[in-house]
Each structure stands twice: as structure tokens, then as C-alpha cells.
Design a protein around this ligand. Structure first.
Ligand SMILES: Cc1cc2nc3c(=O)[nH]c(=O)nc-3n(C[C@H](O)[C@H](O)[C@H](O)COP(=O)(O)OP(=O)(O)OC[C@H]3O[C@@H](n4cnc5c(N)ncnc54)[C@H](O)[C@@H]3O)c2cc1C
Length: 404
């Protein structure tokens, strides 16, 4: 008798098909299965092969809009109890978050700190000399004040998406990797199924497009136009020099345009904070996801201005990925086009950290047919209505969109 495992066949019919097994699709599938719905999760590559597997996976609460702070707070709590919720580890590590402000930006800095505190984030204000005890390797000489949130951290994005997907499976969902959705089938403006690679059809009345950078092109044949552009994101891994000291916290350097966090015990992950307009790219996929050596050098020298001993750090690799960005840099989470079609798209660099809350909310919408209050501001029509998400406490006031 063969000991080979036989994968369950894709059913002919299901309650909901979720397209894409990144952190968003896996989270939606997990929450839908928890509501007792039949779910088929289809992934053209492998779990987390899209932006999720390329993510910096920072989990911070430091947002300038109330909406972002609330979604991030709920999600952070989920990451903290991930194992209890799913039965799997996402390797969430609490690091703390630090960021500084120069004198001219102090009014905006204090307004944002007040907003974070009002929303229940345990953020505190530090003087530069106090920051030295929290972060001994940091050069805070140009900062007039810093904000410190002890609860922020990062997780393993591949373990996160896989844990959510496998937990969904334990709740009865069927997962198919290497199975691409070719089109959404409709009849009289209602979703009736999805056509998959190889020509098979799964009948369903509800489809969730969580296909990351591919969502807009899957929705377009149905007359749905999503205002999403693509931006390249580069990440470098640097081995900290021996004697660096304790692992650093997450740091946002608004003046040097880097974000950084520890990566395991010895390395630091660093990337660019702001959208570089020169990096806006027409295609949603990179032919080559390796990072250029010149980019690694640039990231290292920027980081060394903040953490001087990182000038002696050793590059240990890195990668590039693609962000899907909306005009206000907030996701679109909505029902769009034919009856039964839902999207979570344009995650704009927040998709990893917000995936627990967005998955819960979208699952509630799909299951109940009623749009939960939490996602009303994320409706697709907000751009035509000219009510984009705006920061409640912008910081600093002159800058481009912020991604990670
Ligand atoms: C360099 C970089 C750093 C980042 N850092 C952070 C960070 O620190 N914190 C944070 O919160 N966010 C970060 N992000 C953003 C975050 O990673 C994304 O917002 C998030 O991963 C998006 O998840 P997703 O599930 O929507 O998309 P994806 O992870 O791209 O998943 C979509 C999946 O759909 C599949 N798919 C596509 N088409 C089909 C089809 N036709 N049929 C079946 N499957 C299909 C794809 O193969 C893919 O696996 C970063 C992104 C990048 C690129």
C-alpha cells in the first residue's frame, strides 16, 4: 500500500472561493472557515509567494490616521496570541518601535503622540538622552524628542500566511497551491463561479479577490477599475558588527528615509520608508527580485548615519518586491462589480501588519452581506467621492506616502 498523501479534490461547489494565499487571502479564509462557511483557497504559486513572502513584516501601531491605528492595534493583539488562535507559530517578536523628530517638527510630533495615546497605544515621549538608555547604538543628536512604543515587533510573514492557511484547513477549508484562477464567471451580474487553470470550474456565489498585485487585472474584465499603481520596494539584510550591543528596536528615520528592524539575533533588515516616484513601475511583477548592490550600499550608508557602527556591517543578501499602492495609500476592502465579488487590494505597504483585522472584517462582510463599519472608510468609491483617508495627525508635514 502506498503511503503517499492524497490531496483532497477541488470541490465542484463551495460557499466562497478566495483567490490568493498571501497573508490577506489566508486571513480571510481563516476567518470565513471560523464562521462555518465552505471555503476554497486557490493559489497560483505557493503560499506567501507574492508580496507577503517579500515583506519586511513590521507590525507597528505608529499610524497618523485613527483608522490605521485601530486596525493596527487589533492586528497586533492577534499577532501576540497567534499560536492560541491558530495552533501555529508566526514567530512574532516584540522589539519596540522608536522614531525621532527634529525641533521644527515638534508640534506635529506632539499631535501625533497625543493621537496614539488617545487610541490606547502605550507610546511615550523620550528626550534624546533618555533614548540612549533604550537604544544605545542610536545617534539621536539631531532629534529633539523621540516616540517609543514598547509593543511593536515583527513576525515571519511566510509562517504567518502558512499558519493562517493551515488553521483554515483545520476548520474545513480546502487549499490548492499551483492552481491559478483564470477568470471569474458571472451570469446576469451575479458571480456564479471561477474558472481555474486546466479549465475546471468551481461553482460559487461569492469570490474574494485577495490576489495582491494581480487583483486589478483579474477584476478588470468584470468592468471593475481599481486605482492601483505599483512601486518597487528594496530590502537589505546587514550583519551587525560584533560589539554592536543589544539588538536594535524598529526605527523609522523620517529624515534619512529608512526603516529598520532586527532580523533574528544578528542581522538588521533595512528598507526605504517613502515611495520613490522614480521607482513607480508599470508592471505588477518583477522579472528579477534580487536587490542591486548599489541599493544595498545606499541603504547601508543611510542606516549608518543613524546607527554609526553599521558602517562596518556586512551585507548578507536582500530582495526586491512590489507594493500595490492606492491614491491615499490605504487599502480598498469592498464589494465591487457583480453581486458576490469582494476585493482586498491596494494594501499600500500595510498589508502584512493589518492582515488579521482586515481578514476578520472582510470575512464578516462576505458572510453577512452587510458592510462592517470598520471597512466603510475603505470602500472603493471613496476616490470618486473625494473622501480619501486623510491623516488625523500628519507627521512630518512635508513628505511622500509612507509604505512599510
Ligand atoms: C519589500 C516589501 C516590504 C514590505 N514590508 C511590509 C511591512 O514591514 N509591514 C507590512 O505591514 N507590510 C509590508 N509590505 C506590504 C505587505 O507585504 C503586503 O501589503 C501584503 O503582503 C499583501 O498581501 P496580499 O495577500 O494582499 O498579497 P500577496 O502576498 O501578493 O498575495 C497574493 C497571492 O495571490 C496569488 N495570485 C495572484 N493571481 C492569482 C490567480 N490568478 N490565481 C490564484 N492565485 C493568484 C499570488 O501568487 C500571491 O501569492 C511590504 C511589501 C514589500 C514588497
Amino acid at each position: 500500500m502506498s503511503g503517499a498523501m492524497v490531496a483532497p479534490a477541488v470541490p465542484k461547489r463551495t460557499d466562497v472561493v478566495v483567490v490568493g494565499a498571501g497573508c490577506i487571502g489566508a486571513s480571510v479564509a481563516f476567518h470565513l472557515a471560523g464562521r462555518g462557511l465552505g471555503v476554497v483557497l486557490l493559489e497560483k504559486g505557493h503560499i506567501a509567494s507574492g508580496a507577503t513572502g517579500h515583506s519586511g513584516a513590521l507590525v507597528r501601531q505608529h499610524y497618523e490616521a485613527r483608522l490605521g491605528i485601530r486596525l493596527a492595534r487589533e492586528s497586533l493583539e492577534f499577532f501576540q496570541r497567534f499560536a492560541a488562535e491558530t495552533g501555529f507559530s508566526c514567530d512574532f517578536r516584540t522589539t519596540g518601535f522608536l522614531s525621532g523628530a527634529r525641533t521644527r517638527d515638534l508640534p506635529a510630533f506632539d499631535a501625533l503622540l497625543g493621537l496614539l495615546q488617545q487610541e490606547g497605544v502605550r507610546a511615550v515621549r523620550l528626550r534624546p538622552e533618555e533614548a540612549r538608555t533604550v537604544e544605545p547604538s542610536l545617534d539621536a543628536a539631531d532629534y529633539a524628542a523621540l516616540v517609543y512604543d514598547p509593543d511593536a515587533g515583527y513576525a515571519d510573514p511566510i509562517a504567518t500566511a502558512t499558519g493562517l492557511a493551515r488553521a483554515a484547513e483545520r476548520r474545513g477549508a480546502i487549499i490548492r497551491e499551483g492552481c491559478a484562477v483564470r477568470s471569474i464567471v458571472t451570469k446576469r451580474k451575479n458571480v456564479t463561479g471561477v474558472r481555474i487553470s486546466g479549465g475546471g470550474l468551481i461553482e460559487t456565489e461569492r469570490v474574494v479577490l485577495a490576489a495582491g498585485n494581480w487583483t486589478a487585472s483579474l477584476a478588470r474584465p468584470l468592468g471593475v477599475r481599481l486605482p492601483i499603481r505599483f512601486v518597487r520596494g528594496d530590502v537589505s539584510i546587514l550583519r551587525r558588527p560584533i560589539g554592536f550591543g543589544p539588538p536594535p528596536k524598529i526605527h523609522f528615520d523620517f529624515y534619512g528615509n529608512t526603516y529598520s528592524r532586527p532580523d533574528g539575533d544578528k542581522d538588521t533588515l533595512v528598507g526605504y520608508m517613502d515611495t520613490n516616484p522614480r521607482k513607480t513601475i508599470p508592471q505588477h511583477e518583477l522579472a528579477d527580485d534580487s536587490v542591486l548592490a548599489a541599493t544595498v550600499r545606499d541603504l547601508r550608508s543611510r542606516l549608518a548615519k543613524r546607527f554609526p557602527s553599521m558602517a562596518q556591517s556586512q551585507p548578507r543578501g536582500g530582495w526586491s518586491g512590489v507594493y500595490d499602492v492606492t491614491p491615499d495609500a490605504y487599502p480598498i476592502v469592498d464589494a465591487v462589480g457583480p453581486q458576490g465579488l469582494f476585493v482586498a487590494a491596494g494594501l499600500s505597504g500595510h498589508g502584512f501588519k493589518l492582515s488579521p483585522a482586515l481578514g476578520r472584517l472582510l470575512a464578516e462582510y462576505v458572510a453577512s452581506g452587510r458592510r462592517p463599519e470598520g471597512v466603510i472608510p475603505l470602500r472603493a468609491s471613496r476616490f470618486q467621492e473625494q473622501v480619501p483617508i486623510r491623516p488625523d495627525a500628519p507627521f512630518p508635514t512635508r513628505r511622500g506616502a509612507r509604505l512599510p
